[in-house]
Each structure stands twice: as structure tokens, then as C-alpha cells.
Design a protein around this ligand. Structure first.
Ligand SMILES: C[S@@+](CC[C@H](N)C(=O)[O-])C[C@H]1O[C@@H](n2cnc3c(N)ncnc32)[C@H](O)[C@@H]1O
Length: 210
């Protein structure tokens, strides 16, 4: 889902710096080899995540929901020399793809995939997280934030995907859109963060820890 005119979106993409050949091929393989290719962040959102990471220069990134590894590789582009990225995935169905493409990426030594339910894995993560990308089970977004916030320093940034849920959030309100609306309402009143909901792709909410 795009919230701007398709042609305008294409113009924005054309006028933005290309992704690496590796990411172009990973996006292509994701479409050829998975049943739900639309789960991938893809070119434009991927460039946004990369840009944010390169501005922030994090030493410790956490991603919830690896899928084929596209966003993990984009986010890793801003890691410091000693930085690391932990990405959590429940489903081993995608491990062939993400392991091979992460293995070919320039930051491969810094990226670690943890398998399991994020709700069980997050409590075992170290403190000091600088940047988080939340992109797994929509009904657990609030719990992800509650578990991750205490592990982040002041100025730590979280980004949550799909927070406009196909635009349904202001229309008929499907069950999933209601879940997202509840999350958006909760995060909007949460005193520990400043938030900004951006109409990029399916909605990206940025949350900055105060
Ligand atoms: C939208 S995809 C992630 C896309 C990826 N972040 C990207 O942009 O390329 C969501 C992923 O979260 C995983 N997932 C769903 N529930 C999960 C959970 N409870 N714990 C960990 N991963 C989960 C799914 O298997 C799926 O691969």
C-alpha cells in the first residue's frame, strides 16, 4: 500500500540513490521464492531505514521479524565499526534465503539471526540498544515496545512498520486495523517517547526515547 500517487512514488524512487546489486537480487528472489513477498520492506522503505541508520550510526540494532533479511541488510549499512545487529525470526522457512544473502552482505560478521518467538528472545537481549525495527506479529507491538524500551538509552530510536494498515485505519477498521489503531493510540500517549507517524509505504511510526 502506498499513500501517495503511484507515479509520484515511482518518481521519488527514481530520484533516490539505488540500493546495492545484492539488495536488488534479494528483492527479486523474495518475489520468486516466497508466498508472501509483500512482507519485504523493499526498495523505498529499505533506503529510508538505511538512511536513518547511517545518520544515527548505531552500535546495537535489534530487528523483530527477519523474513528474507532485506531490512536487516539495509539497517546494517549504518553500523559503527564495532557495531552489531540482532534480528529475530520465528519461522525457519526463510532461513535459506536470509542466511545466504546476509552471508554475502558487507556487514555479514555483524549480523546475528536469533530464532524463536520475539517475546521469548527479547528478555535475553543485552542492554544498550540504539535502534529497533519492529516488523513481526502486529498484535504484540505494544509488548515488544514494553520489553525493549528499558533496554534502550535516552535518544534510542524505535521504528514500527505497518502502523497505517493499508489505510484501513481511517476506513472500515478490520480486526487488524483495530489492533494497529489501539497500538497507535497507546504509543501516542506514552510519556517515555516522542512519536511521529509517517505515511511511508504502509505507515512507519518513529518513537524516540526521551
Ligand atoms: C513483515 S515480515 C518482516 C520483513 C522484514 N523486516 C523486511 O523488511 O524485509 C514479518 C516476519 O516476522 C516473523 N514473525 C512473526 N511473528 C513473529 C514472532 N512472534 N517472533 C519473531 N518473528 C515473528 C514472520 O515469520 C515474518 O518473517
Amino acid at each position: 500500500m502506498q499513500f501517495i500517487d503511484k507515479k509520484l512514488q515511482e518518481y521519488c524512487s527514481t530520484m533516490s540513490t539505488n540500493a546495492s546489486d545484492l539488495l536488488v537480487e534479494l528483492e527479486r528472489q523474495t518475489h520468486l521464492r516466497t508466498l508472501s513477498p509483500r512482507m519485504i520492506s523493499g526498495f523505498f522503505q529499505g533506503r529510508f531505514l538505511s538512511m536513518i541508520s547511517r545518520i544515527k550510526q548505531p552500535t546495537y540494532i535489534v530487528e523483530i521479524g527477519t523474513f528474507t533479511g532485506y531490512a536487516a541488510i539495509c539497517l546494517s549499512e549504518g553500523l559503527t565499526v564495532n557495531g552489531r545487529l540482532v534480528t529475530i525470526e520465528l519461522d525457519k522457512e526463510y532461513n535459506d534465503i536470509h542466511e545466504s544473502y546476509i552471508g554475502l552482505s558487507p556487514q555479514k560478521e555483524k549480523i546475528q539471526v536469533e530464532y524463536g518467538d520475539a517475546l521469548n528472545v527479547i528478555p535475553n537481549l543485552d542492554q544498550g540498544i540504539d535502534l529497533v525495527f519492529i516488523d513481526a506479529s502486529k498484535k504484540h507491538y505494544q509488548q515488544y515496545v514494553e520489553l525493549l524500551l528499558p533496554k534502550m538509552a535516552q535518544g534510542g530510536l524505535m521504528i514500527a512498520d505497518n502502523t497505517l494498515w493499508n489505510g484501513d485505519i481511517i476506513k472500515e477498521m478490520s480486526a487488524k486495523a483495530k489492533t494497529m489503531h489501539q497500538f497507535n493510540t497507546w504509543i501516542h500517549q506514552l510519556s517515555e517517547v516522542d512519536n511521529l507517524l509517517l505515511p511511508i509505504r504502509d505507515g512507519l511510526t518513529m518513537m524516540l526515547k526521551k
